[in-house]
Design a protein around this ligand. Structure first.
Ligand code: CA
Ligand code: CA
Length: 177
């Protein structure tokens, strides 16, 4: 019984794997123009003279994440009145008094999320963790994997993706679909 199932799985699997689209194919099929536009922007922004390399894609990922991390840390550091790198409940209260009702609630929520050990202070390590979470929220591992997967379109295999290669891949897909 087990053996039969295994044989069946082996027979079925390659076909299933072939039929299942990768995230890259899905994005291209869903909206080829939008896909090409986005990749063209990436190439223009992070590509070198030969085109976009994996290193350029990593730079893009790191920059997006750093931006989100910095925005989160900045928000917390604006609450750190004595500049000790940590936000205490007392410091939070001062900013809450000066905020609108909505702002007070938001500050409360952010502080509670940051103070993971519930000691009433969002300390430096906890703020760093909030920055890390914000960075991954801005550009998660799924999207990073998808962006790295763009290198599959590097048709001549020279390690750099050009606009022409992207256009060809999109055109080929439209013809096939
Ligand atoms: Ca402080
Ligand atoms: Ca804490």
């Amino acid at each position: 019984m087990g053996r039969t199932l295994m044989v069946a799985a082996v027979l079925v699997w390659p076909q299933g794997a072939w039929a299942e689209d990768t995230p890259l194919q899905t994005a291209m099929q869903k909206d080829p123009e939008r896909f090409a536009g986005r990749v063209t922007e990436l190439i223009a922004g992070f590509g070198g003279p030969e085109g976009l390399t994996l290193a350029g894609i990593e730079e893009h990922i790191a920059l997006e994440r750093a931006g989100a991390r910095a925005a989160t840390l900045r928000r917390f550091l604006a609450l750190d009145l004595d500049a000790d790198g940590a936000v205490s409940r007392a410091e939070l209260r001062v900013s809450q008094r000066a905020a609108s009702a909505d702002g007070r609630g938001r500050l409360e929520r952010q502080f509670i999320a940051a103070d993971m050990d519930l000691d009433g202070t969002a300390d430096a390590a906890e703020l760093v963790e909030q920055g890390r979470v914000a960075a991954l929220r801005a550009l998660g591992e799924d999207e990073a994997g998808y962006l790295r997967g763009l290198m599959a379109l590097d048709a001549d295999g020279n390690g750099a993706l050009t606009g022409a290669e992207v256009a060809k891949a999109v055109a080929g897909l439209e013809k096939a679909g």
